[in-house]
Ligand binder design. Structure first.
Ligand SMILES: Cc1cc2nc3c(=O)[nH]c(=O)nc-3n(C[C@H](O)[C@H](O)[C@H](O)COP(=O)(O)OP(=O)(O)OC[C@H]3O[C@@H](n4cnc5c(N)ncnc54)[C@H](O)[C@@H]3O)c2cc1C
Length: 653
């Protein structure tokens, strides 16, 4: 699948010069690695069988087509039709990163935001705690930096950390100017909460529904912007790329319009990938169903460099439905999060015998970083054979609890639990992907014209573990930083992204029952098999690639995933799928396979325990291994669909 190095390696790309410098210093690796992958004979890949599957339903979500505004700036707008669209900028994802970026670049050209479900459906919308920023005179950038670097187990990129902590406050003020409303204290100033790992109160929040408020304000601003067209229920399949002079260029993306069941091609001068995380490689996750790692997989297939995938953050305290007085009638798709702020506000963790256990593991007790708390809970559960622990905030004044955590209180009460009187049953759940597409300081990638921001990106901010409330901040800072280079690239591209481009890549097709031979029955079988395979993959990831790992278990995961993938692919082909067939459910499946393999491969490469990656075989941190894991695309790709782009990568003149 990939050529992987543990440690910085030089990216031969002018736009990643700062990374190159750091890489050279950190590892002394020659600049061969990326040059080699950029010069691959990629045309070869086009002859491989390419395949995607189908989705028979699109879930229970309502299909709302969002306003498609007139395109003022695009000179190519007259050429648009149902299946091909031209924009200056295409943004994949409508979370905080995508929306914030779109609102800036729309001042310079036409923008399409494509998003796979309802526009608000994103990790952003579920963020509870808030955005961290130095906004109090007694706080300092240095202190925020130190907390970030300590939480990141000293694997953070210091320059990135400085930039994010320095520019963060301005980005938060801009959000407020755009209409986001955050809580204020009695003195009329912003109320700043405190969370685990932070040495100051610096979390700007809107009760415990901060993400929802940010998403609301940004979507409202997007709705008022005539230069932005928002395409809801459009699933991005693969990036459209070309190879030129040893470099790879991105010219947009193919998508499935889930409502019309048509493939829609978006040709753009600049593409921002803001597609969020990959929580659904695990069975229990706080992420909504849209978080299937599509952007990471898509970029990997497009030859982008991927980094730090072993660092999956498990949130220590997701609501355990099993411990609720009234059990939910249907299994939730995403676990309900009990924010870190509950521990920040004095919440105490107990095992089911009401013994406080955190002081046994760490001096910081409940305020220890997430990885420490998650591992401690995991240890308690395994030792005691219990399935949840208890988080108690009932000793705090009732009015304060209800004022700070209205959403959590309401959700628990729905299932018969009053958090002002009873402890909350909690378990760890997959929460945040620290790794992703390697980004430079302007959000640029090694693929020209492709920028990344938000959870899909690996900027170096989080290192081996994300400090609470640093991700919304990172998304805001990098979405903004990617703007100027995107505009420069758009102007350089000029008429380069012309109409003739649209016809150059083969078009994927949606499955027709007649082509499947068995009619509708074959399609249903494929969908059922895909769902089963997804659950099996998630189970393997939880059992073998969870909070505590070992080399043996990771190797087991590697071969089990490989078997699972081959069996699934073989089944689909036997049922008559063509190599260029696409469908949401199978596209997600191949993306989940791809991300899972990237996590396992990265975890196997890290022969130490650092931050979120804990392995019994190398239980200590090793200074000599304080380097990011970098995955380069390899000349010899595995012959699986998940590792292959659907469209042939072209050689451009
Ligand atoms: C329950 C929860 C609580 C959290 N609390 C906090 C917090 O308090 N503070 C904090 O800083 N962070 C928090 N986080 C993390 C934070 O919310 C995310 O990291 C951040 O919102 C990511 O923003 P984003 O724009 O990168 O991605 P998202 O907000 O996840 O948006 C991704 C977008 O991409 C779209 N997309 C994905 N794949 C495709 C595709 N193939 N085609 C088209 N569209 C696609 C999705 O539909 C979505 O619109 C929390 C996360 C969760 C899940």
């Amino acid at each position: 699948m990939a050529n992987l190095t543990n440690g910085f390696a030089s990216l031969q790309c002018a736009r990643l010069m700062h990374i190159e410098k750091v890489h050279m210093q950190a590892s002394g690796l020659p600049s061969l690695c990326f040059r080699r992958c950029a010069q691959l004979d990629i045309s070869r890949l086009g002859s491989m069988p390419r395949f995607m599957g189908a989705r028979s339903t699109c879930g229970s979500q309502q299909h709302v087509r969002h306003r498609v505004s007139p395109i003022r700036a695009s000179t190519l707008s007259c050429l648009q039709d149902d299946t091909t669209k031209f924009f200056d900028f295409v943004v994949i994802g409508s979370g905080v990163a995508g929306l914030r970026y779109a609102l800036e670049v729309s001042k310079h050209g036409s923008v399409a935001i494509i998003t796979k479900a309802e526009p608000h459906e994103s990790n952003t919308n579920y963020a509870q705690g808030g955005v961290s920023a130095v906004l109090c005179p007694s706080d300092s950038v240095e202190s925020h930096m130190k907390d970030t670097i300590v939480a990141g187990a000293y694997l953070c990129d210091e320059e990135t950390v400085r930039i994010v902590c320095t520019e963060g406050p301005e980005r938060v003020k801009e959000l407020i100017a755009m209409g986001a409303s955050f809580d204020h204290g009695e003195d009329g100033r912003l109320h700043l909460a405190r969370e685990g790992g932070h040495s100051h109160n610096r979390i700007v929040h809107s009760a415990d529904m901060t993400g929802r408020e940010i998403e609301r304000a940004l979507l409202q601003a997007v709705d008022n912007d005539d230069n932005i067209s928002l395409f809801g229920h459009h699933f991005a399949i693969d990036l459209l790329t070309c190879q030129k002079n040893g470099e790879i260029y991105c010219y947009g993306v193919d998508s499935i319009d889930v409502e019309t069941q048509k493939v829609v091609r978006f040709i753009s001068k600049v593409t921002l990938l803001a597609s969020g995380g990959a929580g659904h490689i695990y069975p229990t996750t706080t992420n909504p169903p849209v978080a299937t790692g599509d952007g990471i997989a898509m970029s990997h297939r497009a030859q982008a460099v991927i980094s730090n995938m072993e660092f999956v953050q498990f949130h220590p305290t997701a609501l355990s439905d099993e411990g609720l007085p009234i059990k939910p009638s249907i299994r939730r798709e995403n676990a309900f999060l009990i924010t870190e702020a509950v521990r920040g506000d004095g919440g105490i963790l107990y095992n089911q015998s009401m013994e406080r256990f955190m002081p046994l593991y760490d001096d910081r007790a409940e305020l220890a970083p997430r990885d420490v708390v998650a591992r401690s809970i995991d240890d308690q559960l395994k030792k005691r054979g219990e399935s949840y622990v208890l988080l108690d905030i009932s000793h705090r004044p009732r009015d304060k609890v209800l004022a700070h955590f209205p959403n959590i209180a309401a959700e628990c009460l729905r299932y018969g639990l009053d958090i002002t009187r009873q402890p909350i049953p909690v378990v760890p759940a997959a929460h945040y992907m620290c790794g992703g597409v390697r980004a430079g300081l302007q959000g640029e990638t090694n693929v020209r014209g492709l920028y990344v921001a938000g959870e899909v990106a690996c900027t170096g901010l989080h290192g081996a573990n994300r400090l609470a409330s640093n991700s919304l901040l990172e998304a805001l800072v990098f979405a903004r930083r990617a703007v100027q280079p995107s505009i420069d690239h758009m102007l350089d591209a000029g008429a380069g992204a012309d109409a003739s481009l649209a016809a150059r890549w083969a078009r994927p097709t949606l499955p027709s029952p007649s082509a499947l031979g068995g009619g509708g029955g074959a399609l249903s079988e494929i969908v059922a098999r895909t769902r089963r395979t997804r659950a099996e993959l998630q189970a393997v990831m939880w059992e073998y690639v969870g909070i505590v790992r070992s080399t043996g278990r990771l190797k087991q995961a590697e071969w089990r995933i490989s078997d699972l993938e081959s069996e699934w692919e073989a089944f689909l082909f036997r049922r008559g799928w063509a190599p260029t067939t696409v469908g949401v459910e199978a596209c997600e499946m191949r993306n989940l396979f791809c991300c899972a393999k990237l996590v396992v491969k990265s975890a196997l490469a890290r022969r130490e325990s650092r931050g979120l990656h804990f392995t019994e075989d190398f239980p200590y941190l090793e200074e000599s291994r304080r380097k990011p894991t970098v995955i380069f695309p390899d000349a010899v790709q595995e012959l699986t669909w998940s590792s292959k782009p659907l469209q042939r990568q072209l050689q451009c003149k």
